[in-house]
Structures are given as structure tokens and as C-alpha cells.
Design a protein around this ligand. Structure first.
Ligand SMILES: Nc1ncnc2c1ncn2[C@@H]1O[C@H](COP(=O)(O)OP(=O)(O)OP(=O)(O)O)[C@@H](O)[C@H]1O
Ligand SMILES: [Mg+2]
Length: 285
């Protein structure tokens, strides 16, 4: 079972709280071969210059489960997520201390191949960002980059990836059309498909539905449930209902500190920390 990790400098709750008015996640199938730590943070800090945006995080992210990251704006959610596949490397002045391990290997080790790391750990952003190319070429982009040239193989990958992202039926007759002609929700599923095309192990989703309408949001949430069990998924969200609907575990950050990390149903119904309770009950945002 996962560890409910708490920062030492936050306030513990002293008494039982009243029942929280929050949706309870449904009982989900236990994932047979999941549950091993896939990503492990050990005293892991992330700095922008002198500023410590993420503070000495200790956490195990379990394989094949869905982990939600919640917390107020500026608390370090995106910074933490981007650190996992070293997207922060692109930001000048950003550096880390402590350790971050992926499959037991040091992500920030001297010999880490970042291209390979980002193949294994894919990312989807808040705003859908398809390339201004055909649907086919968007999905084939990654595999081509990694050396796949054969047309038949590429066609297979494109179809499989679009099927996994629950988009195939909507686009199979227009693969040669520009991806920018798709709706926002379709574009976001295309971005998921593009990530899946290189067979990642981990999917990092940074507020993937915040630019989408409720119907497109529901499709992405359904998709997350479809992918659950095959990939380790981490999703940043401001929407607590969404976190409770889609995730197995939740991490609550406040001012760069990982305040609480627990099974989602526990965190939303029996938060251990007063700060978590205040946040999830809307006492601050
Ligand atoms: N490129 C950067 N350079 C300097 N500081 C940054 C940079 N990016 C983020 N920060 C700072 O780091 C802290 C964490 O930012 P981050 O974007 O990770 O927060 P967040 O929790 O994702 O917020 P939001 O919910 O608004 O997306 C904030 O104080 C932010 O101002
Ligand atoms: Mg963010």
C-alpha cells in the first residue's frame, strides 16, 4: 500500500471532522501487476534560481494507478510534474536537489538519456497543442523520430494509438486532414494519442481538461479510466471532483510542500492534515 506522506511542518488535525460534502470515488478494480513505486522522490527539491518552488518531497508514485496532484495556484504542481520527465531542463535557472528515481534509475543522473526518458514518460498540457500537420503525421511524429520508417508499421501505430485515445472512430476517415481542424476535445485526445504512439510507461497530464467543455472533459476522464492499469498516470487538476472521480491516490501540495499523499478516498473523506481539509472544503483556493 502507498504511504501517506506528510510534511513535518504542517498542522495535524486534532479532532474528527464533520463529513465532507464531496463525491466519493467508485470502488475500482485492483490493478493486478501495479502498485510498485514507479517514481520515487527522496528529499527532492526544485528551484528557480534561489527560490525553492518544490520543497523536499518524499513520495512513491505507484505504477499503473492514477495519482492526482491538487493544491492552490502556484503551489508547485506543474513544477513537480515537469520534473518527472525533465521538462524543467528547458527553463534556465531551474535546478533540483535530492533524488528522483524512475524505475530505480536516477532521473537526474549523469548518464540519463533525456530523449529516451521523455519517450517513456509522456506529457499532455493544459492547452491542446497539436502540430500544424495532418492527424496522421501528428501521431507518426514520435515513432518516426525514434526511427520507424515503414509505412505499414506507422499506419498500425497510428490506428492503435487513436483507438487507445478513443478518437479513432471520429477521425479514421480524415487522417490526412490538418489536426488543427479538430475540436478542442478531439485535439486533446489527439495529444494523448500522440503521446501513446511511442509506448510510454507514464502519462503526465497537466490540467488536461481545463480548456475543455463538460462533454469533452467527460471523454478525457473516461479515457483516463480506460488507460488506468496500463500506464502510470499523474494528473494535475484544480477540480476536486475530477480528482476524486479519476484518481486512486491524491497528493496535496501547499506552497511547495507535499502536505498529504494518500488514497483518494481517504484524503477526501478523512484528511489527516487541517490544511488539506481547509483546501478540499473550499476554505481557501
Ligand atoms: N519559469 C519559472 N521561473 C521562475 N519561477 C517560476 C517559473 N515557473 C513557475 N515558477 C514559480 O514556481 C512556483 C510554482 O509554480 P507552478 O507553475 O509549478 O505552480 P502550479 O501549482 O502549477 O500553479 P497553477 O495551478 O497556477 O498552474 C510559483 O511560485 C511560480 O511563480
Ligand atoms: Mg500549473
Amino acid at each position: 500500500m502507498p504511504m501517506a506522506l506528510e510534511a513535518t511542518d504542517t498542522k495535524k488535525k486534532s479532532n474528527d471532522s464533520p463529513a465532507l460534502d464531496i463525491y466519493l470515488p467508485p470502488e475500482r478494480k485492483k490493478i493486478v501487476d501495479g502498485g510498485k513505486p514507479h517514481v520515487m522522490a527522496k528529499n527532492f527539491s526544485i528551484y528557480y534560481g534561489e527560490f525553492e518552488a518544490v520543497k523536499k518531497v518524499n513520495a512513491d508514485i505507484l505504477s499503473k494507478y492514477v495519482t492526482a496532484i491538487i493544491g492552490p495556484s502556484g503551489c508547485g504542481k506543474s513544477t513537480f510534474l515537469r520534473a518527472i520527465n525533465r521538462m524543467n531542463d528547458l527553463i534556465p535557472n531551474c535546478h533540483t536537489t535530492g533524488a528522483l528515481m524512475f524505475d530505480g534509475e536516477d532521473v537526474y543522473g549523469k548518464f540519463t538519456d533525456e530523449v529516451l526518458l521523455r519517450k517513456k514518460i509522456g506529457m499532455v498540457f493544459q492547452k491542446p497543442n497539436p502540430f500544424p500537420k495532418s492527424i496522421f503525421d501528428n501521431i507518426a511524429y514520435g515513432p518516426r523520430l525514434h526511427g520507424v520508417k515503414d509505412r505499414k508499421t506507422l499506419e498500425g501505430i497510428v490506428e492503435q494509438s487513436l483507438r487507445k485515445a478513443a478518437l479513432w472512430d471520429e477521425v479514421s476517415d480524415r487522417l490526412d486532414k490538418n489536426a488543427l481542424g479538430l475540436s478542442g476535445g478531439q485535439q486533446q485526445r489527439l495529444c494523448v494519442a500522440r503521446t501513446l504512439a511511442v509506448e510510454p510507461e507514464i502519462l503526465l497530464l497537466d490540467e488536461p481538461t481545463s480548456a475543455l467543455d463538460p462533454k469533452a472533459t467527460a471523454k478525457i476522464e473516461d479515457l483516463i479510466q480506460e488507460l488506468r492499469g496500463n500506464y502510470t498516470i499523474m494528473i494535475v487538476t484544480h477540480n476536486m471532483q475530477q480528482a476524486s472521480r479519476v484518481s486512486d491516490y491524491t497528493m496535496f501540495f501547499y506552497e511547495g510542500v507535499l502536505v498529504e499523499h494518500a488514497p483518494t478516498s481517504d484524503l477526501f473523506t478523512r484528511p489527516k492534515d487541517q490544511m488539506t481539509e481547509d483546501y478540499i472544503t473550499g476554505r481557501f483556493s
